[in-house]
Design a protein around this ligand. Structure first.
Ligand code: UT7
Length: 328
């Protein structure tokens, strides 16, 4: 056990999207083969999504996670051997068990440090970052890999146009290190299990078979309404904890599900739309990967700079939601 550290700080980010990109036109053609009608206009207008990336057969969440993790390690100028904690947020693990994090650890060529998965669906990365921050501040780790990795294409019902056009595959990662200064300033997590049924994959594995339906179900409007109020509420609460105002935020990086939810959150917080990092157009909804992927895009294109105050927000199945306020 190391000596307790006062704070944790992100020292590197990485992202990875599988190369197979499907534009809305590709989705229109794919669904037409099944007699399912959709259009580029509908998808863009209702969601802001123009494309998503899907893995090929044989590629798993751990493969995407390792690619993102290697980029984050490179950005942090760290070797895999220096990592002493791995948390993978995923709802699409490689196997029922062991954890995708253990598989990632092995693929990175390291052994011995704790590695576990965290399941909070689209809030997964914000949950994982909060857990890693707490472990670093408690002195249980000094150099954590925190990853969101998903292959949601495996869960999609391509006969259900209300969901299958929304999601994509990908992974994002950060290196979170012990630091004498923050770093992570404040965070807050929530769940309300009364809403399990509005966004779920109800199938399970039992007796050598899949029991129940292993495809994604969503009541989009119910999720939309909860998401809008949850994202505003938790942002305000985290700002209050940190003793600062919405106007102190340089960048808002919300879960990338729908441009309308993000715009509404920014509007309610009084933030200019230019302060919101939006990647849903190119990525679709990549669940637990969406926030670290968006963060990585904004770091690499020079928007998020050292010293900037960034609000990360997650929301999704469970129902779960949370936010992390950090100084990059
Ligand atoms: O990641 C976890 C968090 N997830 C979310 O935050 C998702 C939240 N929900 C949403 O983003 C939106 O509710 C959706 C994008 C899922 C749906 O948008 P909406 O504006 O709520 O549409 P709707 O469900 O009210 O459907 C409107 C119409 C319906 O037709 P009728 O009944 O008005 O004739 C749908 O059948 O749009 C139709 N529709 C489509 N049309 C063409 C639904 N999906 C499609 C489609 N293409 N893909």
């Amino acid at each position: 056990m190391n000596a307790p550290s006062t704070h944790s700080r992100i020292t590197g980010t990485g992202g990875f999207l599988p190369p197979r990109r499907l534009s809305n036109a590709d989705m229109v053609a794919l669904l037409a083969q099944r007699g399912v009608e959709t259009s580029d206009d509908w998808i863009v207008e209702r969601t802001g999504i123009r494309a998503r990336h899907f893995v090929d057969d044989g590629v798993h969440a751990s493969d995407l996670a390792v690619a993102a993790a290697r980029r984050a390690l490179e950005a942090a100028r760290r070797e895999a051997g220096e990592v002493d904690l791995i948390i993978v947020a995923t709802s699409t693990p490689d196997m029922v068990f062991p954890s995708t994090a253990a598989i990632v650890q092995n693929k990175l060529g390291i052994a011995g440090c704790p590695a576990f998965d965290l399941q909070a669906v689209c809030s997964g990365f914000v949950y994982a970052l909060t857990v890693a921050d707490a472990m670093i501040r408690a002195g249980s780790a000094r150099c954590a890999l925190v990853i969101g990795a998903e292959v949601f294409s495996r869960l999609l019902d391509f006969d259900d146009r209300t969901t299958c056009v929304l999601f994509g595959d990908g992974a994002g990662a950060v290196v979170l290190e012990a630091s004498p200064t923050p770093g992570i300033v404040a965070s807050e997590l929530h769940a309300d299990g009364r809403h399990v049924g509005i966004l779920c994959v109800p199938g399970t594995v039992a007796g050598g078979q899949v029991l129940g339906d292993p495809l994604l179900k969503m009541d989009g409007q119910a999720v939309f309404k909860l998401a809008v109020s949850a994202l505003e509420g938790v942002a305000r609460s985290v700002l209050a904890k940190a003793g600062c105002q919405a106007s102190d935020i340089d960048w808002l990086i919300p879960h990338q599900a729908n441009i309308r939810i993000m715009q509404s959150t920014a509007r309610k917080l009084g933030l200019a739309p230019e302060k919101v990092v939006v990647t849903v157009g190119d990525h679709g909804n990549t669940s637990a990967a969406s926030v670290p992927l968006a963060l990585d895009v904004a770091v690499r294109d020079g928007r998020v700079c050292p010293g900037h105050r960034v609000m990360l927000e997650g929301v999704g199945g469970g129902f779960t939601w949370g936010a992390v306020l950090l100084d990059y």
